[in-house]
Design a protein around this ligand. Sequence first.
Ligand code: MLT
Length: 261
Amino acid sequence: MHFTINQLNLHGEVLGPERGAPILCIHGFPLSGALWRPVADLLDDQYRLIIPDLRGFGASAASDEASMRLYVEDCVALLNAIGESRPVTVAGMSMGGYIAFEFFRRARDRMASLVLIDTRPGADSEEARKGRLATAEKVLAQGSAVVADAMIDKLFAPNAPPDLKRRWRNTMAGANPRGVAAALKAMAARPDSTPDLARIDAPTLIIVGEHDLITPPAESKAMHAAIARSVLETIPEAGHMAVVEQPRLVADALRRFIAVG
Ligand code: MLT
């Protein structure tokens, strides 16, 4: 479905029964809601899956303006547009996790529980920030393949099927350069969420691919130690893209977590 926020036309998918426990599924960078499809297809018998294409990604219009705050406002606007007033499980993968932290800070009352997948709480170092801004300029000049080619070898477990990698490389290369550049700047400006970890009072599931090179398992272990009501699930034979590398294991982890929660 399409909805409008501040004249920006955004897109999101809503799957599963309306009365099912709602899960807001936030994708990573530079991806789209399609990231969640394999997991959603395993959960849509029971849960209501709400899957935005963040501004500038998938079928959502691009905007040169983006920030963790705006991404959260877009997600909340989608919840409102579909009439979802119950608190939701907020599940974010990587950049989606950065957005989930911001969701906790801004809209705790709309959050039933939190799922952090292949992500980290820390902000960028000064060097990483400069790198992001330089990459944003490059993407605007040369296109999103710049980012896709720089990332692809770090995203998957060593034994990931080549056609899976190729498919996602092509999806990333096809992303709208304006959306990608805006997201790079938004990530560069994101706050450090580490001080918030001790304040997170929602039941929290942390998922990490055992071979994740971008947000390594040590980051997830540290989050697990810092978030009081958290459980940690490490996904075998998966890297940073555990959601598409091992969708069944990720879906099973979500089911177990929500059943207990
Ligand atoms: C992602 O997967 O969303 C990105 O790798 C996050 C990042 O670049 O920090």
